[in-house]
Design a protein around this ligand. Structure first.
Ligand code: BES
Ligand code: ZN
Ligand code: ZN
Length: 479
């Protein structure tokens, strides 16, 4: 575990030098915990916009967070995660290695704070020659609403997020398709979910023309990894989650030539990483569900055999596709996975990918584009989960007219629809390959940030893991 924070649950308030004190209202302040002068200070300052919840004392630090009236629960939880980020930074800079967390707030806000601390503690420094040791921080939790199990659940989800972030942050010259599938196999053994990898020959036998086509320009063979977690008590049909595993996207023959557009393309397997992270979280938390994961993986390169515009390929389900742009490769490998999913007779297919620049243009880094054929209730539940986890969902229209834009003159489909509504025509392309309830989630805007991004992390965010874990935790899992 990379988080370097140890939690301990302790019912007795111990006199600790450093405390984090989170309250519903200023009226809840306990005079045993703060001195009269401290209480006076907090009371005077708390309503000011620039109130910083930090009191520095001679031998420690006290953070006093107080909720304002009538805050929306989801927004409050998000604010709390962000506060956790700031507080962790201060604990680290103050070299504080032990702190007591005391709260009178509800369980979900307390867990949001703990989650914020954990997620903020992630670093990716395996390629730094100088390995800086960060001191472990011990957090003693004094909050009656939190059980050991609640805590473990959050820690396990954070572990899933970290695994996803690690995979995405790993450079393309280290993480190719073979390596990705090998890592997933290891994780399956460690966390007790089943993993099978289809290699070149088997992928050919399955006639996955999309995955094979994109791989033609590569020097590394493709892989197609199948993950399965089945709790003995899960009797409902499985949910299939599919992640785009393009380990590096050069654009292929339609090389990415816009300045900067290649820079972060090692993150083009963030969908795959989120699927893997979700499996780790689901298995370690022993979720009572039946979950299948499918990860088609390859890099997209302009090697001498690479696809060129005008080529026609035949997909896993027999659909023919005219390649109009080799940079629209994600949908080709995903379509094969989506059609492969029918053998599981799933209740729902959810697919996650860094699919289009169009989504980035529309939503920036603020949310995930969602679209598809699943029913309203499922979409509503996903949107609600998005608000709760702050992995927010924007539900895009999916009108049939958008499907007309990807019809080819000479084949069944073409792989791009033109400049307009690019995120939606990409989704339409994918939904052609299944008749099962389907949701496409485009995480191109949120998967990777080359900037300070708070608890969501610099570089990879691990987007999708918390969303999926929470969504699957509330799913109907029995007939
Ligand atoms: N991997 C890219 C999408 C992407 C762009 C992800 C920016 C993250 C950040 C995808 O394969 C791609 O190149 N899409 C093209 C499609 C176009 C050729 C129709 C795009 O969106 O520009
Ligand atoms: Zn591309
Ligand atoms: Zn791509």
């Amino acid at each position: 575990m990379q988080h370097n924070i140890q939690f301990e649950i302790n019912d007795n308030i111990q006199s600790s030098k450093s405390i984090i004190y989170i309250l519903n209202s200023i009226e809840d302040i306990n005079t045993d915990i703060l001195s009269t002068a401290e209480i006076e200070y907090v009371k005077r300052r708390v309503d000011d916009d620039d109130y910083e919840p930090e009191l520095v004392t001679t031998d420690g630090c006290k953070f006093i967070l107080i909720n304002k009236e009538l805050e929306d629960a989801d927004e409050l939880n998000e604010k709390t995660r962000r506060q956790a980020f700031k507080i962790l930074k201060k604990l680290r800079s103050g070299n504080i290695t032990s702190v007591t967390l005391i709260t009178s707030i509800n369980k979900s806000q307390t867990l949001a704070f703990i989650e914020g601390l954990l997620l903020s503690s992630y670093t990716f420094n395996k390629y730094k020659s100088e390995q800086k040791d960060t001191n472990p921080i011990k957090v003693v939790i004094n909050a009656k609403q939190i059980s050991r199990k609640d805590l473990d659940t959050v820690v396990n989800v954070a572990e899933g997020v970290f695994i996803a972030r690690n995979l995405v942050n790993e450079p393309g010259n280290s993480l190719n398709a073979l390596k990705l599938s090998a890592i997933i196999e290891e994780l399956g053994k460690k966390h007790n979910f089943a993993v099978t990898t289809l290699h070149q020959k088997e992928i050919e036998a399955e006639k996955m023309g999309g995955l094979l086509g994109v791989n033609q320009g590569s020097v590394t063979p493709p892989t197609f990894t199948i993950l399965e977690w089945k709790h003995p008590q899960a009797t409902a049909k499985p949910t299939v989650i599919i992640g785009k595993g393009v380990t590096f996207d050069t654009g292929g023959i339609n090389l990415k030539v816009q300045p900067g557009s290649l820079d972060d393309m090692k993150s083009d397997m963030a969908g795959a990483a989120a699927v893997v992270g979700t499996f780790v979280a689901a298995a370690t938390n022993n979720l009572p569900i039946h979950l299948i994961g499918l990860i088609p993986a390859t890099d997209n390169r302009p090697g001498k055999e690479a696809l060129v515009p005008g080529d026609v390929i035949t997909m896993h389900d027999g659909t023919t596709v005219e390649i109009m742009n080799t940079d629209a490769e994600g949908r080709l490998i995903l379509a094969d996975a989506i059609s492969y999913a029918k053998k599981y007779d799933p209740q729902l297919i959810m697919e996650l990918s860094t699919l289009t620049g169009s989504t980035v243009m529309t939503l920036s880094d603020q949310g995930i584009a969602a679209m598809g054929t699943a029913d309203k209730e499922t979409f509503n539940r996903l949107e609600q989960t998005g608000d709760q986890t702050h992995e927010r969902i924007a539900h895009f229209p999916f009108w049939s007219e958008y499907g007309e834009m990807i019809k080819s003159d000479i084949a069944d489909l073409k792989n791009i629809g033109g400049r307009e509504a690019g995120a939606i025509t990409a989704g339409k392309f994918l939904s052609h390959f299944t008749t099962y309830p389907f949701i496409h989630l485009d995480i191109a805007g949120v998967a990777f940030a080359r900037k300070d991004n708070g608890y969501k992390g610099n570089g990879a965010s691990g987007s999708g893991v918390r969303l999926f874990h929470r969504f699957l935790s509330s799913a109907k899992n029995n007939d």
